[in-house]
Design a protein around this ligand. Structure first.
Ligand code: NJP
Length: 243
């Protein structure tokens, strides 16, 4: 029997990279997308998968990416991130625009482009990595939390719209995970990024990837709608225990 194909966006780092490894380990043929092709190609070679450059903020790039994929059983919408931590009164519109483009419209574009192939597979599965920021708010976080709320709403609508189709829909809702996420959010400020995780043990990308692989390997009639995972020391986006 030929392998099932899993497409992972944002697979060049963090949760996406770990998910590519976990799904390859679980027996999927992996197709990786991100902007940094050098990192992606190295990982694809290691996993005997395929790498394609992908910028989810660019409709032409998404069309070319989807067009180069012959079949798709599992789609992991993982590409995303945050920029800045300004209060609303000081909001930077460019940061907001980027967060909405990458998290919301990026997820929309890739999902829309691959849905025909997911349905045609006869056993499709869309997993979207949203965030606990999609379920709460925090000071300075409105750009990111609003984008993650919207991404979550888009994803959950799909669950309802595809009832009766051979497509499962799973939302992965992580809390703090130590990746390049905070480094990008704070424009490469390593000290500030490290502060996010100080005094507690955050999740690793592998912790999240294991959960994604678990959801993707349930029998076809089992839909895990939503999985929330956080470090033990984190309550929500505003409260965590730090020693
Ligand atoms: O972040 P990071 P994570 N087109 O920065 C890619 C959510 N999350 O793994 O294009 C295509 O290590 C980028 O690749 P590249 C978060 O919102 C995280 O933590 O080469 N790809 C890289 O592979 C996001 O949705 C935390 O730069 C693009 C990847 O995205 C997901 O988890 C908590 C792209 C980002 O890797 C993965 O983030 C939470 C584009 N335009 C939710 N722009 C957390 N870490 O604490 C970026 O609740 N990428």
């Amino acid at each position: 029997m030929s392998k099932r194909t899993a497409v992972i966006t944002g697979a060049s780092a963090g949760i996406g990279e770990a998910t590519a490894r976990a799904l390859a380990e679980a027996g999927f043929e992996v197709v990786l997308g991100a902007r940094r092709l050098d990192r992606l190609q190295k990982l694809a070679d290691e996993l005997s998968g395929t790498a394609h450059v992908l910028d989810v903020t660019d409709p032409e790039s998404v069309a070319a990416f989807a067009g180069s994929i012959p079949e798709c059983h599992v789609l992991v919408n993982n590409a995303g991130g945050a920029r800045g931590l300004e209060r609303v009164e000081a909001a930077d519109e460019e940061n907001w625009r980027w967060m909405w483009e990458v998290n919301v419209l990026g997820t929309l574009r890739v999902t829309k482009a691959l849905l025909p192939k997911l349905v045609a597979s006869g056993d499709g599965h869309v997993l979207t990595v949203t965030s606990i920021a999609g379920y709460g708010v925090y000071d300075g976080g409105a750009g990111y939390t609003s984008a993650k709320h919207a991404q979550s709403a888009l994803h959950r609508t799909l669950r309802s719209e595809y009832l009766g189709e051979p497509v499962r829909v799973t939302e992965i809702v992580p809390g703090m995970v130590e990746t390049e996420f905070s480094l990008h959010r704070f424009e490469g400020d390593e000290e500030r990024a490290a502060g996010v995780y100080r005094g507690l043990q955050p999740l690793t990308p592998g912790d999240v990837a294991e959960v994604i692989a678990f959801a993707a390997t349930r029998p076809s009639h089992v839909n895990l709608d939503q999985i929330v995972l956080k470090p033990r020391a984190q309550y929500d986006g505003t409260r965590a225990h730090r020693s």
